[in-house]
Design a protein around this ligand. Structure first.
Ligand SMILES: Cc1ncc(COP(=O)(O)O)c(C=O)c1O
Length: 394
């Protein structure tokens, strides 16, 4: 028997990644992942990269890409020199590095509820005790003795809710982190996918004293298969993050970095982004109309101002495992909301539905099926009252 570390005792695979395999089958309509539209890749130019990039490269990342990222961040209000930009193997790696840097077994970590499930997965892996951070009162219950080492937020078009924090909410969290010396970790992969105007200036740009990490990704605007993301960090954290990156994978693959840099330097980038945003805005609006048509009587949701997800809350309790099973058999996938919760909750069940991947007709068909299955489950529940007890979450 292999003797494994304590750390992996509570290690579970991501439910979304498990569903990605099922989503590949040709007739499956998937609302489950956070996948960009496959046809968005048609706009991506892929010339052969220079062969010199086949050699090892710097752990920090390619200098030209770091400079281009620093310039981008300055444009959105976050000043950070290229020397404090670290190119990542996808922004998921930033979550791993930030967790390694801050979390020992039992360390308190602030998170939203719901929050990005793969961040919860990483934080739990290192033994974090997650505590919910409330937007309207972020420092609630923080004291010199009990405060998170790290607070993780995804404030712009959040995965899974699509919510975008107001200026006042952003200011309040920055002030709370400053006052209590809590590292602010801002994860921002969706900021460019804005369909309606809203406040997007990073919270890290508002921090005055606290340590901070801001990260972004090329996955949602260019191609997730390239696995390129980046982080910027305060000067006290950056050297540690760099050392952890070296230990993890030496450096991010240079071919992916080259394509990411080309996309930033492409004179047609603005046009490409406008096309992408307008395509997704259209999909979001069509999705909202289909939701109203097929789930209007059984669920509530807010139309997201950006990002890739609808967070749909049912207006009665049903067994979500059973619903997912029936939906899968009927050719539709979604992600049950419970996976995004730091703690089990008695709230009504939710579904996270991605609207960027499926085409509009396909999405309408999928939502029709989902609406029918939800209605059936609610009817069954009325007929068999014991069902409700069995379905209550633990
Ligand atoms: C909030 C958030 N952070 C990080 C990631 C990881 O993205 P990537 O590693 O592809 O950059 C995702 C992916 O869906 C995400 O939704």
């Amino acid at each position: 028997m292999a003797r494994l570390s304590e750390r992996v005792r509570d290690l579970h695979g991501s439910p979304v990644r498990a569903m990605l395999a099922a989503a590949q089958s040709p007739n499956m309509i998937s609302f489950a992942g956070g996948l960009p539209a496959s046809d968005s890749f048609e706009d991506v130019d892929l010339p052969p990269p220079p062969k010199s990039l086949l050699q090892y490269g710097p752990s920090e990342g390619e200098p030209a890409l770091r400079a281009a990222v620093a310039a981008e961040l300055s444009r959105i209000g976050l000043e950070c020199p290229p020397e404090r930009i670290l190119i990542l193997s996808g922004s998921q790696q930033g979550i791993d590095l930030a967790a390694k840097l801050h979390i020992d077994p039992g360390t308190m970590v602030g998170v939203e509820s719901p929050t990005y499930l793969a961040a919860l997965q990483a934080f739990r892996f290192f033994g974090a005790r997650c505590r919910v951070v409330h937007r309207n009162n972020p420092a609630h219950n923080w004291s010199a003795k009990a405060r998170p080492a790290l607070t993780y937020v995804n404030p712009t078009f959040q995965n899974p809710t699509g919510y975008c924090w107001s200026a006042a909410e952003r200011d309040a969290l920055a002030a709370a982190c400053d006052a209590h010396d809590v590292t602010l970790f801002e994860d921002d992969p969706y900021r460019a996918l804005a369909y309606d105007p809203c406040e997007r200036t990073p919270i890290c740009a508002r921090v005055k004293r606290a340590p901070w990490i801001y990260q972004g990704s090329f996955s949602k605007t260019l191609a997730p298969g390239l696995r390129v993301g980046f982080l910027a960090a305060s000067s006290d954290l950056f050297p540690h993050l760099l050392n952890l990156k070296q230990a993890a994978d030496l450096h991010t693959n240079r071919l992916g970095q080259w394509y990411a840099l080309r996309s930033l330097q492409d004179p047609k980038r603005g046009e490409r982004m406008e096309r992408l945003v307008s395509r997704y805005r259209h999909r979001r609006d069509a999705f909202a109309a289909s939701l109203t048509r097929h789930l209007g009587d059984v669920a509530d949701w807010a139309v997201p101002a950006g990002g890739l997800f609808f967070w749909v809350t049912l207006n009665a309790r049903i067994d979500m495992t059973l619903l997912l099973d029936r939906a899968r058999k009927a050719g539709v996938l979604f992600t049950p909301g419970e996976h995004f919760l730091p703690y089990p909750s008695d709230d009504l069940p939710s579904l996270r539905l991605n609207f960027s991947h499926a085409g509009e007709l396909e999405a309408d068909r999928g939502l029709e099926i989902l609406g029918r299955l939800i209605r059936e489950a609610m009817e069954n529940r009325k007929r068999t009252p014991r069902y409700e007890m069995a379905a209550a979450p633990h």
